[in-house]
Design a protein around this ligand. Structure first.
Ligand SMILES: CC(C)(COP(=O)(O)OP(=O)(O)OC[C@H]1O[C@@H](n2cnc3c(N)ncnc32)[C@H](O)[C@@H]1OP(=O)(O)O)[C@@H](O)C(=O)NCCC(=O)NCCS
Length: 165
């Protein structure tokens, strides 16, 4: 069973292992490389602080109580009814429908609990699996955004998807 749960110390080992998988981090903007236990502890501290804010919600994705990935909804600065979504699943769990189950639960939380009107997703333009996932979960493709982000010295185009309540 797939569940979204609050992060806790029991997730640290698998969080670190998965965020060192090149196939996963290739598609994510933020994480330090390599991703260390200290990075995970610092992230969990941030998640705990976020519990008081109603700005950002971070969830561990568990399969039968085992950590298999992470997810986040963060309200955009300009519109509190709108949020960015982010997610990852460990590579050995790909292609089994877990990403879709987790994203659908996250979307439900966003619309029902956060009362969002719109959820936005920005992915690297060649992130085909994530594109399939978003479309499978009802997101609509809006636009390509050229030369939007740097990873190292390389600049990437993004694709912008969204889902309305
Ligand atoms: C995107 C991601 C979460 C998908 O997880 P997942 O558990 O494989 O998702 P699902 O099993 O629900 O599959 C979603 C779609 O992707 C397809 N897919 C999954 N793995 C695939 C692969 N290796 N090659 C091609 N398609 C694949 C599935 O077939 C499915 O589409 P379909 O049902 O139309 O056939 C996972 O690949 C991941 O963590 N990627 C890196 C992080 C990332 O891209 N984050 C997005 C930016 S925030």
């Amino acid at each position: 069973m797939i569940e979204l749960v609050r992060y806790s110390d029991k997730h640290i080992t698998e969080l670190v292992r998965i965020l060192n998988q090149s196939e996963v981090i290739k598609w994510i903007l933020m994480p330090p490389v390599p991703y260390l236990i200290e990075d995970a502890e610092s992230y969990l501290g941030k998640c705990r602080n976020n519990l008081n804010s109603d700005i950002e919600y971070n969830f561990a994705v568990e399969l039968n109580s085992k950590y298999i990935g992470g997810s986040v909804l963060r309200r955009t600065g300009d519109d509190m009814n709108c949020a960015f979504v982010g997610y990852h699943i460990g590579k050995e769990y790909w292609g089994k429908g877990y990403g879709a189950l987790a994203l659908r639960k996250l979307v439900k939380f966003g619309f029902e609990i956060m009362k969002l009107k719109k959820i936005k997703a920005f992915i690297f333009e060649d992130n085909i699996v994530s594109e399939k996932l978003l479309i499978k979960c009802g997101f609509i493709y809006n636009a390509e955004i050229k030369n939007k982000v740097y990873k190292g010295k390389t600049v990437y185009n993004l694709k912008y998807f969204s889902l309305e309540a």
